[in-house]
Design a protein around this ligand. Structure first.
Ligand SMILES: Nc1ncnc2c1ncn2[C@@H]1O[C@H](COP(=O)(O)OP(=O)(O)OP(=O)(O)O)[C@@H](O)[C@H]1O
Ligand SMILES: [Mg+2]
Length: 388
């Protein structure tokens, strides 16, 4: 760690993420779901999930986000008991359920294809599990109507699923999953089958219903927007490994790893070498200049001389002379990406290396010509050092 021979240690700056902070798995105030060092290997060597530890507390809306094949569904299925964990323990409401079958775990699952009973009405679809439990008819009827009210389906109670829209079918599936009042509802890409507008609407409704029931939801998605807009807690996974757990804001503002910075938001990721430290700042040499970068909270300071990546959000970058901002770099204008009132100007700052500057712009603001030089600036604390 000390600076004896700093330059020989190539490779990324490793900033240890504190895996602590986990709650006791049982007893008062324990989480609804606790995963402890859970891994899953299929066959000899398909490692689908590696060393997953997390707490989902009561009433929390948790989103698991990551690219295809990163282990999201497998994690969800292990919580529900549809897949055995190869290693680790799983606790639900304080009980070790690792070796229990799905029927003895207090979870319900909702999938992308929601498999309603086609010959039963909406009412009967929702009622089914209560009937199986042997609940008396009056109580059953009362509960089903209450649930149908909640998901705004009371008017459609006597329809069959084939006579409903996709969004309405989705709500039947949700009502059916929630009617048994599970401790945890596990949702695997619940909005995946819906078109864009319906998804937006269902996102709001799902969140509202989750709040009203107070049930812990764990939702898998590969839509960043879905995950970030609905969840109290976001888990970003890649290649079977948890990359980061935090609120949407934490993940957006303080991406921990290069993967997260690339995957979430509109970030500029810059390569460099750590030159020195000063309090909460790190000085990183990149493209022949030294930049001020924020050090991550906690963990060991990254060693001087080590190669590192840092990330600066495109919306924290400014063009033009900004003497108030500590970092600046020259770039050559390449193009502008339009997104309504927001525009992203792209500048080449080194051969093949581009910086994105996102800004609100009205028609009267200046436009660049290709090849035009411009200064791009950002504040000392806008950049964040990444772990990998
Ligand atoms: N039953 C199985 N047998 C063997 N390998 C499996 C099985 N189920 C999943 N896998 C593998 O485990 C890894 C994780 O799969 P998983 O379904 O959890 O990914 P995912 O994150 O849900 O992806 P997607 O976004 O595409 O649904 C993948 O490499 C997958 O091929
Ligand atoms: Mg999946």
């Amino acid at each position: 760690m000390e600076g004896g021979d700093p330059v020989t240690q190539a490779g990324p700056a490793v900033v240890d993420d504190d895996p602590g902070g986990l709650l006791p798995v049982s007893g008062p105030g324990c989480p609804d779901v606790a995963l402890r060092n859970v891994s899953k290997t299929f066959g000899e060597d398909t490692r689908a999930v590696i060393d997953f530890s997390a707490d989902f507390v009561h009433g929390e809306f948790v989103s698991m986000l990551g690219p295809s094949g990163c282990g999201k569904t497998t994690t969800l299925r292990m919580i529900g008991g549809l897949e055995d964990a190869t290693e680790g323990r799983i606790y639900i409401a304080g009980e070790d359920v690792t070796d229990l079958p799905p029927s003895r775990r207090d979870t319900a699952m909702m999938f992308q294809s929601f498999a309603l009973f086609p010959h039963r009405t909406v009412f009967q679809n929702v009622e089914f599990s209560l009937k199986m439990k042997g609940m008396n008819p009056e109580e059953r009827t009362r509960r089903v109507w209450q649930m149908l009210e909640m998901v705004s389906l009371a008017d459609l109670a006597s329809r069959r699923p084939s006579d409903l829209s996709g969004g309405q079918q989705q709500r039947v599936a949700l009502a059916r999953a929630l009617i048994g009042e599970p401790t945890v509802l596990l949702l695997d890409e619940p909005l995946g089958a819906l078109d864009y507008n319906l998804r937006q609407q269902m996102m709001v409704e799902l969140k509202k219903i989750q709040r009203e029931t107070g049930i812990t939801f764990v939702m898998v998605t590969h839509s960043q927007q879905e995950a970030m807009s609905m969840a109290d807690k976001v888990i970003v996974m890649s290649d079977a490994v948890v990359q980061q757990i935090g609120t949407s804001r934490e993940i957006y503002e303080h991406p921990r790893t290069k993967f997260v910075a690339e995957f979430i938001g509109n970030n500029n990721i810059m390569p460099g070498t750590i030159r020195s430290h000063s309090g909460s700042l790190v000085f990183v040499e990149s493209f022949g200049q030294v930049f001020y970068v924020r050090a991550p909270d906690g963990g060991e300071p990254a060693p001087v001389g080590r190669d590192a990546w840092f990330s600066v959000r495109a919306d924290l970058m400014s063009t033009g002379e900004r003497p108030d901002l500590a970092n600046r770099i020259e770039g050559v204008y390449v193009t502008t990406e339009f997104l309504g009132s927001l525009e992203t100007d792209v500048f080449e700052v080194a051969p093949g290396h581009y910086v994105h500057v996102e800004q609100h712009r009205s028609a009267s603001d200046r436009a660049y010509d290709p090849g035009e030089r411009e200064t791009i600036s950002w504040a000392a604390n806008a950049g964040v050092l990444l772990a990998r």
